[in-house]
Design a protein around this ligand. Structure first.
Ligand SMILES: *Cc1c(COP(=O)(O)O)cnc(C)c1O
Length: 381
């Protein structure tokens, strides 16, 4: 029996599955920087699993094993970024295949998915994540090979029912891939609801300190499609450096504390500002007023995440004026770090953006929530 069997995910995360440095007895695993590995006089690898680091490295495994366990997956692969992790899934499709993805989703990926699909002859259609019937109307039986989804969906935090999407995928012979960056395995395990693939930008909550760029792709089963994804990482070389992989396994040890604190503070901020005279609406799946609240309650456990958006009464100028006056929130893009960030998405995405000009996206960190509320109150005064 594996000594970790039966342990709670909090324990698995805090102890990184009890992985130690066997060579010295160090309580944390070593960093393996070597890119190549020795063969003996008979030309056999000293350790058959290690040959060259573009393929395998024990430091990647340390983080991959923890993530595999936390997601209840069959396997995990680290990538050099969330984009690389996601694109390995897209690249595993064939010309002529059809993909569907949400209209509102992580902007960088939507853009690059569109460009790449055009280039590779993959057909791509978008569904409306705010309309529960839209997905089933957008898929094409026999033709759609992949349903891509994100939940909560950036930056409106629309909720998509994973179980329902998995049912649709199964009916038409497609795979379901879930970008679970915002939910993290602390709040949702998509494979449990029938997803085939889970992707994270590990740059965000999994690492959580805005100091490592990383991605991870996980699978429900090691099939041909997974083989293809492994091949793509090997040959495109989209691997993570060992130092970054080590930092990621270190950060995963505090994942539960960080995500739970962020979720709790985000909930308090959402409740505080709902109905504020300068706020038109607060978009947060934890609020009963959010259209995805009931599904979120079912599919997310222990919180609704650390991301919320405020739509202010006014235009882009009003929103930017509020951002300008923030002193505790940091003005920066990205999300999932221990420090709270505020961002005007429309300014970043530009004219073709579907994001309302009055929307401010907040990534709630682990500071004292009173300080965050007071900062927003003075910025809105
Ligand atoms: C940031 C992000 C990505 C891209 O990840 P990188 O690590 O920046 O490449 C993909 N999906 C979501 C939801 C993200 O927030």
């Amino acid at each position: 029996m594996d000594k970790n069997d039966g342990l709670a995910p909090e324990t698995i995360s805090a102890q990184a599955l009890g992985q130690i440095d066997k060579a010295t007895g160090g309580v944390t695993p070593a960093i393996h920087l070597s890119t190549t590995f020795v063969r003996d006089h008979d030309y056999q690898l000293l350790h058959p699993e290690h040959s060259y680091s573009r393929d395998e490295n024990a430091t990647y495994h340390a983080a991959e094993k923890v993530l595999t366990k936390l997601e209840g997956a069959a396997d995990a692969l680290l990538f050099s970024s969330g984009m690389a992790a996601a694109m390995a899934v897209i690249q595993s499709l064939k010309p002529g295949d059809h993909i569907v993805a949400p209209k509102v989703m992580y902007w960088g990926l939507r853009h690059w998915m569109t460009e790449s699909c055009k280039h590779w002859g993959i057909q791509l259609d978008f569904f409306d994540s705010s309309d529960p019937d839209s997905l089933s109307k957008t898929v094409r039986a026999g033709k759609t090979k992949l349903i891509w989804m994100e939940t909560p969906c950036n930056p409106t935090w629309d909720i998509i029912d994973i179980k329902e999407a998995a049912g649709i995928a199964k009916n038409i012979g497609a795979r379901l891939a879930v970008d679970s960056t915002v939910a993290t395995p602390v709040l949702t395990q998509p494979l449990k609801y029938g997803a085939d693939i889970v992707v994270h930008s590990a740059t965000k909550y999994l690492n959580g300190h805005c100091d490592v760029l990383a991605g991870v792709t996980l699978c429900a089963k090691k099939d041909d499609f997974w083989e293809k994804i492994c091949e793509i990482r090997l040959h495109t070389g989209a691997v993570l450096g060992s130092l970054e992989a080590w930092l990621l396994q270190r950060s995963l040890r505090t994942l539960f504390l960080r995500v739970r604190q962020s979720s709790q503070s985000a909930m308090a901020i959402a409740e505080h500002f709902e109905g504020h005279p300068r706020i038109k609406s607060v978009l947060y799946p934890g609020l009963a007023s959010h259209p995805g609240h009931d599904v979120a309650k079912r599919q997310m456990q222990g919180g609704f995440g650390g991301m919320l958006s405020l739509r202010v009464n006014g235009d882009a100028e009003t929103a930017l004026d509020i951002v300008k006056r923030c002193a505790v929130f940091t003005r920066a893009t990205s999300l999932g770090g221990v420090e709270s960030l505020i961002e005007h998405r429309y300014s970043i995405e530009g004219e073709n953006s579907p994001i309302p000009k009055d929307l401010l996206r907040l990534s709630i960190g682990i500071e004292a929530v009173e300080d965050l509320i007071a900062d927003l109150e003075q910025a809105l005064a």
